[in-house]
Design a protein around this ligand. Sequence first.
Ligand code: GRG
Length: 288
Amino acid sequence: MSYQERYEYFRRAAEEALRGAVPADVPEPLRSAMNYSLMAGGKRLRPVLLLAAYNLLCEDITPALPFAAALEMVHTYSLIHDDLPAMDNDDLRRGKPTCHKVYGEGMAVLAGDGLLSLAFETMASSGHPKAFAALKELALRCGTRGMVAGQCADLNAEEQGGNEELLHYIHLHKTADLLTAPIVMGLTLAGADEELLSAGRDYGRNMGVAFQIIDDILDVVGSEAVLGKHIGKDAEENKCTWVSVYGLEKARQDAEKYTRAAEDSLSALGEKANFLKTLARQALVRVQ
Ligand code: GRG
């Protein structure tokens, strides 16, 4: 299978796991609001990362699917809440009106809350023998010392101004934590040893930081039509980004540096790591 075919294989499997994941007895309009954002497309990068990491050790990816779905639920909740007027105040996401524009702010808050708790319900109901360890990894990475902490620093920086230390903290926690979780969860579910888990953590951290640097760059030079969201907002809102702290040129160089570190962290795996290495490279040259 080529890289593209493999990505599509994992993406489709995740898409299928998400279809019908919101239970039928969730009251309306909450159910529609959750499904609206969950099924709005996107790259499905986090589920793909989890399935690829799992697939390094296990052929049949079926047992990992509830965890792949859970990751996308958490990611979607974070996007819904991030788009609210109280945070980034965006009206466009994934090329569509944001959740609160369609369902109202109150319902968007609840749709995010609902997706977050449904993610943990989905993992807990999987019956996988390693479910508890995977669930704990996601709780730590998305919570108050992970993504939520990163978002807190991001909001604070708007008020207080940014600096290098804050910038690294934001990139590590707001973004890299939720890109490291899939790798560690996939490997954990597949029964990896500590050496492989440690390599996976290094890969996720470096790829995650590079991913956010590119996001910062795209907010300056990207295309709104391709990205499906407004650009130029970071500067408008005085955000602490790799571009605002280091400038565009160094941002490009550092994105390359972190991507190479991500690739290198998997070198002991040889050819088996080709998909994840290519994914990190593709993330570097992405336009959306
Ligand atoms: C509200 C707790 C809370 C956290 C929000 C996700 C997030 C943290 C903010 C969204 C804005 C942003 C730039 C986040 C950094 C992570 C990132 C680049 C998200 C976009 O992820 P993609 O590119 O999106 O994978 P798609 O739409 O493809 O899934």
